[in-house]
Design a protein around this ligand. Structure first.
Ligand SMILES: Nc1ncnc2c1ncn2[C@@H]1O[C@H](COP(=O)(O)OP(=O)(O)OP(=O)(O)O)[C@@H](O)[C@H]1O
Ligand SMILES: [Mg+2]
Length: 231
């Protein structure tokens, strides 16, 4: 299944008087892996939430393929069919095993129990955790939990993965593994992947970076000229 194309067109988001995103425009091509970088508070999470239809822009439009995301009256169906979210805090349910956590979206999609279990086992194998299927989140390492969260995000065959600081709480080895996993998902499935990240050493795994400062996109050329700032 091909990845989704994302077009963000003159998008602004204000909270009261604070303009958190200011006239942001960019496009992500199907199957691209793009790092969304920028200092804390620059608007990365806000932008991912707008693209994933968890929030609406104050101005401008967002398209994911031919869907005008901000105009959806029932975004849940769109999210389920198209988007896989991975958050900094993995949001796994603590009382459920790794396998049961991965099965959750399949329960929501009313997949029969046997098929669900098989599919979840395949997904866990895909993130190299076949042997940890029965473990509870508390008994997994941070990196393992994040990989379970990625397996869960993949369960619905999303054409777009939105990952918000998926390696924010991990050491460099575990972070690298998560990035490599997202890269391999992109390669094998053609999924479009957008990752918000502070980690300048990892964004080189991306096809390119979109850099936000104070809610605006900073062009690469200015970035190179800015002294002391790592893109
Ligand atoms: N619901 C809200 N109400 C008011 N202000 C908000 C709200 N959500 C975010 N903001 C503000 O918008 C700005 C951008 O926040 P956002 O979470 O998008 O930044 P970020 O780039 O993801 O930062 P970080 O790297 O720390 O995660 C911040 O100044 C934040 O305080
Ligand atoms: Mg954030």
């Amino acid at each position: 299944m091909a990845g989704a194309r994302v077009v963000v067109d003159h998008v602004s988001r204000a909270y009261g008087r604070a303009l958190v995103l200011d006239d942001v425009s960019f496009a992500v091509e199907p199957g691209e892996l793009v790092a969304l970088t920028g200092p804390s508070g620059s608007g990365k999470t806000t932008l991912l939430q707008l693209i994933g239809s968890l929030d609406r822009p104050t101005r401008g439009s967002i398209h994911v393929d031919d869907v005008s995301v901000a105009e959806l009256s029932h975004p849940v169906g769109f999210r389920r069919a198209t988007v896989g979210f991975v958050f900094q805090l993995h949001y796994l349910l603590p009382a459920l095993s790794a396998q049961q956590n991965v099965e959750l979206p399949l329960v929501a999609a009313r997949m029969p129990r046997r098929e669900r279990a098989e599919r979840a086992a395949e997904l866990l194998a895909e993130v190299d955790l076949a042997d940890r299927a029965r473990a509870l989140p508390a008994d997994l390492s941070g990196g393992e939990r994040q990989r379970v969260a990625i397996a869960r995000a993949l369960a619905g065959h999303p054409r777009l993965i939105l990952a918000d600081e998926p390696t924010g709480s991990l050491d460099s080895t575990a972070s690298r593994k998560v990035w490599e996993l997202l890269r391999s998902v992109r390669l094998r499935r053609g999924t479009t992947v957008l990752i918000a990240s502070h980690d300048a050493t990892l964004v080189e795994h991306a096809d390119r970076a979109v850099h936000l400062v104070d809610g605006r996109i900073v062009p690469p050329v200015e970035r190179q000229l800015a002294p002391g700032r790592v893109a």
